[in-house]
Design a protein around this ligand. Structure first.
Ligand code: F3S
Length: 390
């Protein structure tokens, strides 16, 4: 793999141990995937934040790595959700020992100058790469949004490789960084108009059917950015998809269709049924997978005004958008109805299984897909209005 003189110096340890380690990770990855060179990146998004997912081994590694003075990010870098709401963890009932360890992880990233935004939707709060820019993002729902809607270029990084890329400002040029891997190869015709959470159902269905590749969708009408957020999250959770196109909205570099599928309401109905593990009433409803936009919070607040919720209800979002929702009065409306605004974490990466909940209602196909295995509790999947009225 070709390295510039500066990259070779990083590799040889001339700028410090953390940079050397990071460059070695990137070169090893590049060698595995046949990269010919590195590309400079403009942004990183780093997963591997929740103590629930990385445990003591991850915590100890990050603490030690972050103490090296050369472990400082070179580009705008933001964090995926943590395992707790960093402010309300006691009120929500998260165990103190878990919270203490979670704080140590956040402190390690903060030392490295990674912005502790703790969200899977960094593109809603200012980490917005421009079209064509190379980036290293690791949250799969954010990766697919960046590739498909923003037109940036990233592979599905793991937490360690995204951090290594952030420290070096480089990533190996393979996969979705190259034109030849961005060709649309599966045409997906959606036969009927769909809306809202149905985009997540569609993503789950298509991800399962095609598994990988680059789909190009034909829709009736124009999905909103929140609908793209649901579609991509689900595509990336049931399949290994990291890029899609939408005819008439985003243009593929090239189309060479090897397959064509059509999706009707019957196949979507089957997926809806498949995503629930029980018919029991939820004792917790969670919305915000991926994290809610301000507009989604606005719609929830409008619906919940003067309503009284009959079970626990979490609205998961970033700390930054919760602050905006507070200012608009949306948080007060949601909390007066019995809901809680939850920042920095979500229903999958927090230890909800330790809080006594047994059945969780979600309107996100990605969350419904992951909660049974990640949290060991039952899940009911439907749109949030139906869940509230169950
Ligand atoms: Fe985000 Fe958690 Fe869903 S990290 S995409 S809300 S599983």
């Amino acid at each position: 793999m070709y390295l510039t003189a500066h990259e070779e110096e990083m590799y040889d340890g001339e700028y410090g141990e953390a940079i050397e380690k990071s460059m070695k990770i990137l070169v090893a990855l590049g060698d595995i995937y046949g990269a010919e060179k590195m590309v400079e990146i403009s942004s990183a998004q780093i997963s591997g934040v929740s103590y629930k997912t990385i445990g003591d081994a991850g915590l100890e590694y990050l603490e030690e790595f972050s103490r090296d003075p050369s472990a400082r990010v070179k580009v705008q870098s933001s964090l995926n959700p943590a395992g707790i709401d960093l402010e309300k963890w006691q009120e929500l009932g998260f165990p103190r020992e878990f919270a203490d360890r979670q704080y140590r992880i956040i402190d390690a990233y903060t030392r490295m100058d990674v912005m502790n935004t703790c969200t899977c939707t960094p593109y809603l709060i200012g980490n917005i790469p421009t079209r064509g820019s190379h980036i290293a993002w690791s949250e799969s729902s954010a990766v697919i949004y960046a590739n498909s809607i923003l037109g940036a270029r990233t592979n599905r990084e793991g937490g360690p490789s995204a951090l290594a890329a952030a420290i070096c400002g480089r990533t190996p040029a393979y996969g979705y960084h190259l034109d030849e891997n961005r060709t649309a190869n599966i045409l997906v015709k959606v036969e009927e108009p769909i809306e809202g959470y149905e985009y997540g159902v569609l993503g789950y269905h298509v991800g399962k059917v095609v598994e990988d590749g680059v789909p190009s969708f034909q829709f009736h009408g124009r999905p909103s950015s929140d609908e793209f957020k649901s579609l991509g999250a689900a595509l990336a959770s049931s399949g290994a998809i990291a890029l899609y196109y939408v005819e008439g909205l985003t243009s593929a570099i090239a189309c060479e269709f090897e397959d064509k599928i059509s999706v009707d309401s019957a196949s979507l109905k089957d997926s809806v049924d498949e995503l629930s593990t029980t018919n029991d009433k939820p004792d917790l409803i969670c919305v915000g997978c991926p994290h809610c936009s301000l507009n989604e919070i606005r719609l929830l607040a409008r619906y919940l005004r003067r309503q009284s919720l009959s079970c626990d209800f979490w609205v998961c979002t970033s700390h930054a958008l919760k602050a905006a929702a507070d200012r608009m009065g949306y948080s007060d409306i949601i909390e007066e109805s019995g809901g809680v605004m939850v920042s920095d974490t979500c229903m999958v990466v927090s230890p909800i299984e330790d809080l006594g909940f047994e059945v969780v209602g979600v309107d996100s196909a990605k969350a419904a897909n992951y909660i049974p295995s990640m949290c060991g509790v039952d899940v009911v999947f439907d749109d949030w209005k139906t869940l509230i009225e169950l």
